[in-house]
Design a protein around this ligand. Structure first.
Ligand code: COA
Length: 501
């Protein structure tokens, strides 16, 4: 049965002879190699090779540079980090063990805009990919690789790699074929405009094209993607959703966009997912998404019909939604497009379409600078992901956060962020459960009172007002009491609370 299934999935007859075990394929890897693996926000990741590399590293340290689309599922990042498989990692991760290795300096992590990796591979700024490992649901008659639930950087890895290993995953339905649209820009300077003017438009091929001779091995697997781990909406996230929706209704009322809004992007995480869930209660219809990842909320909106179409680079779902999605795939087939992350996040397209970007901040400051990545200013959380691609280039950059973390010991609104991912120039709107601050057209001295009064937790407002008033005495375009600006973080480091006693 399995053999029959494999023969149906590998439609290029000459390639059946390339099937190997993961252990055999792992022999192709040499210490110090640069490896490109499929996988984006836990979807479409290679499942067998990471484990085989962990085994191989027991005999010989590998110290690989691992480049992916974004985070991997199946505990792969953690296992490989703990086994010493990886020395260098980019462009994104979201794993507790990998995070520890990064923060102890054992793994060098390059935290990169997700649209940029493919460009740097193409230009030669990053080392050439020695081996690409790509999860597929099928290999076509012409040898082209049909990805699964994510495209990520896979097409660029295949273009750049010396050897390609395909992981054919029988747990991914063959019916996924047809969702993908693979377009890879040409090298500069002969680059032409990317011909995409509508979120649902298809501009490329249905699979990753390559000379089949370059496929060095095919490993057959049967493992589902890891389920997403977002928490259900709560009182705080519901309040944030209500503020965002009221704001968007105001934009429509002011005539700045139509009732179908502009295409939406929503980042990973619980809050962004909750805001999209909130849209289900809104009067918006005929919405579109041009995002990098689709979570449960996006599929629910497609089901309800409020979302007309969705473009992304990956689909990351909870286990029940994953099952529902695959069972009803034919209902969505014409309304979902999965693209390379270079295209889902491309500055040219994000600016042309006028994306409404909705991403989560760890903290933001009274002038609108946002930290999405560094806990306490030093320790890496996950990475900037695509938030910068959308914030810098979109029509609206909305950042959401709960006003406090760690049971109130941390204020998410601080005098100065301890690390800047999104500068005040890229941030349009800040939202917490307490309210929304629209920063457009406001100077720093106008922003600070608004952010303090609308977004900060009431327990921290007095402390922020006091800081700002004393900063004003010193003057400046962006007033600060510099020797105190990071004292809140320092207070938390030493006494586990940001509140002044
Ligand atoms: N200081 C320290 N820790 C903080 C904090 C702050 N100001 N704010 C939140 N945290 C902690 C929370 O307590 C929680 O800790 P825990 O894991 O120990 O419980 C953790 O950060 C995650 O916070 P949570 O509220 O669960 O948010 P989330 O799941 O929505 O994730 C980000 C929030 C910012 C970590 C996540 O959205 C992210 O990695 N963003 C950057 C990448 C990105 O935006 N990509 C967008 C395109 S996909």
């Amino acid at each position: 049965m399995v053999e029959h299934n494999v023969a149906e999935r590998i439609r290029h007859p000459g390639l059946l002879a390339r099937i190997q075990s993961a252990g055999q394929a792992a022999r192709l890897f040499e210490p110090g190699m640069t490896v490109g693996m499929s996988g984006f926000t836990k979807a479409g990741d290679a499942k067998a090779l990471p484990r085989a590399l962990v085994e191989r590293a027991r005999e010989q340290p590998l110290g690989l540079t691992l480049i992916t689309g974004a985070s991997l599922g199946n505990d792969s990042d953690g296992m490989m980090a703990n086994a010493g498989v990886i020395r260098r990692r980019l462009p994104f991760q979201a794993d507790a063990s990998m995070r520890r290795k990064i923060n102890t300096g054992e793994v060098m992590f390059i935290d990169q805009h997700l649209s940029e990796t493919a460009e740097q591979l193409r230009s030669g700024a990053l080392p050439r990919i020695d081996i690409a490992v790509i999860e597929a649901c099928a290999i076509r008659e012409d040898g082209a690789i049909v990805p699964t639930m994510a495209v990520g950087n896979s097409a660029s890895f295949v273009q750049a790699a010396r050897h390609v290993i395909v992981e054919l995953n029988l747990a991914a339905p063959a019916a996924l074929e047809g969702l993908h649209d693979i377009y890879v820009p040409r090298p500069r300077p002969a680059r032409e405009p990317i011909p995409l003017t509508h979120p649902g438009q298809r501009i490329g091929s249905g699979a990753i094209m390559l000379d089949p001779e370059r496929i060095a091995a095919i490993v057959v697997t049967d493992h589902a993607d890891s389920p997403s781990s977002v928490l259900p909406p709560d009182e705080g996230t519901d309040a944030i959703a209500r503020h965002v929706i009221a704001f968007l209704e105001g934009e429509v009322a002011a005539g700045r966009m139509g009732p179908e809004l502009l295409p939406l992007q929503a980042g990973i995480g619980t809050i962004a997912n909750a805001v999209l869930h909130g849209l289900a209660q809104s009067s918006f219809r005929n919405l579109s998404m041009y995002s990098e990842v689709l979570q449960d909320s996006a599929i629910a909106l497609l089901e309800s019909g409020q979302l007309a179409l969705a473009s992304a680079s990956s689909i990351t779902l909870s286990a029940p939604m994953h099952e529902r999605f695959l069972a009803n795939l034919d209902r969505y087939r014409d309304r979902i497009v999965l693209r390379p992350q270079e295209i889902s996040n491309h500055p040219e397209i994000v600016r042309r379409l006028g994306i409404i970007g909705l991403n989560t901040a760890l903290e933001f400051d009274i002038y609108g600078n946002v930290n999405s990545t560094h806990v306490g200013g030093t320790n890496m959380m996950n990475g900037i992901g695509g938030s910068g691609d959308f914030a810098r280039n979109g029509e609206l950059a909305i950042f959401v956060s709960k006003s406090e973390a760690k049971d109130g010991a941390i204020s998410s609104v601080v005098p100065m962020v301890a690390h800047v991912d999104h500068t005040e120039h890229d941030v349009d709107v800040l939202v917490t459960e307490w309210g929304l601050a629209d920063l457009r057209g406001l100077a720093p001295r106008e922003r600070a009172p608004l952010i303090i009064e609308r977004c900060a937790h009431p327990d921290y407002r007095g402390q922020l007002r006091d800081y700002y008033e004393r900063a004003l005495l010193r003057g400046g375009q962006t007033p600060h009491v510099l020797e105190e600006a990071l004292s809140w973080h320092e207070r938390y480091r030493t006494s586990k609370h940001m509140r002044a006693v």
